[in-house]
Design a protein around this ligand. Sequence first.
Ligand code: ADP
Length: 484
Amino acid sequence: MEIVHIAAEMAPIAKVGGLADVLHGLSRASMSKEAQVEVILPFYKSLNKKEIKNLKPLMPSPLLNVPFGGEKRLVTQLWKGKVDGVDVTFIESKEYFERDGIYGEPDDPERFAFFSKAALEYLVQNRRKPTVLHIHDWHTSLVAPLCRQLYGQRLDSPRIILTIHNLFYQGKTVPELLEKVGLNFEPLLADVVDPHAINLLRSGISHADFVTTVSPSYAKEMVAPENGDPLSTVLRGKKERFRGILNGIDTDYWNPAKDPYLPHHYSVDQLKENPPFLEGKNALKRELQKELGLKEENSLLVAAVTRLVPQKGPHLIKHAIYRTLEKGGQFVFLGSAPEGDVQETFSNLKYKLEGSCHVHFELTYNEKLSHLVYAASDLFLVPSLFEPCGLTQMIAMRYGSVPLVRRTGGLADTVFDEVNGFSFEPPHPEAIQKCLDRAFRLRSKEPAKWGDLIYQGMSTDHSWKSAVEEYFKIYQSNAVASHS
Ligand code: ADP
């Protein structure tokens, strides 16, 4: 079986959030099923090239002609490399990807439309016949209608699977984009509410053979009648060709027993009871406290590692920071914001609390520090307003940090109150406060039970194993789209 993923992110070379981890973890796990796997990515200026082995221009025909915009053809360079054993093909375009970040440009829909088209041109020009094209989010959704209208036959009609990692981002854009990629307008490409606009995610949902999302609960939320998103109706129309599959995490990469970012290591079988104690983890807590200028003490260390967007419940995080300090705990916050006003709220908070040796704010993206924070913390907050899957709570559990989450989407599928973590439902400060107070109480009054929570989290299998089985069933199924 030949599986080609076409996506905007892949860890650790181009990462904004969980999409990158999924590409990395799922493609590596698929290789263990003896499938041939390739990932196609844009050649971003910001690629972390240190992590790419044997990066070289594709020979013998390194240039790719992509018809884009009537008579215009954009000539691009192709690169090949390996990322943790996975074959990756990069599409270079000075015009679209020689920019500082990955997203956030006004012409993002055009950039990723070009990328989608170029990926298909690359496959056709190299006479490839993949079994499956696995596309991800709005960025590469256009691959589905492009295949239907233009490329399908030349590629031998690959099965097209779209995974929605976050329904919130849909790629709404102007109809002129269709002309650029050479597609005819059809209603299945239009936005449901505004028929004069194009909705890239909708185009993918309507034309894919199968649509998945990243947890069963989020799948239910997406099609629930009370979900106000207009795409709910389109998803309901997919019926049995839409399913939620819980993401895994790469348990080789996220492994406290051998994580190269950590100066000390530990594993679940070293967990000592009463009080629960992991020597390596305790040493890492002291390391983090030293590194961040926190007081070296054994109070409850609470952490959050997150993109700072409204989805992640910044007002709840802010409340939890104050409550943690009132309860005599410590808080480490690692987060970066693409949105100015959320960043400003946290910059102000950092400024206000800077003098305290019980709280630290790191308002950047920092992979290395994130590993230390997962490992050193006791309690890990994910109070999202909605959460398609969420990986951070699973990573935290793997590192023996007890998750405290809002019961929604994938968080509800992975964290069970007082079994392997804590959860609350109403998205209000009082609710997170009560939940946080319970965690503080349990840790100080019932240490053995706290140890059970750590044990449950660390010993659960959060790997990609069962998700990969489910993806392969879909890859192999004969369900052929009747487009809706
Ligand atoms: P989302 O995809 O919505 O951002 P997920 O929980 O699915 O949320 O994935 C987040 C991923 O990004 C995790 O691997 C997390 O460790 C990482 N991450 C988020 N923010 C940061 C940051 N500021 N520094 C380092 N890693 C981060």
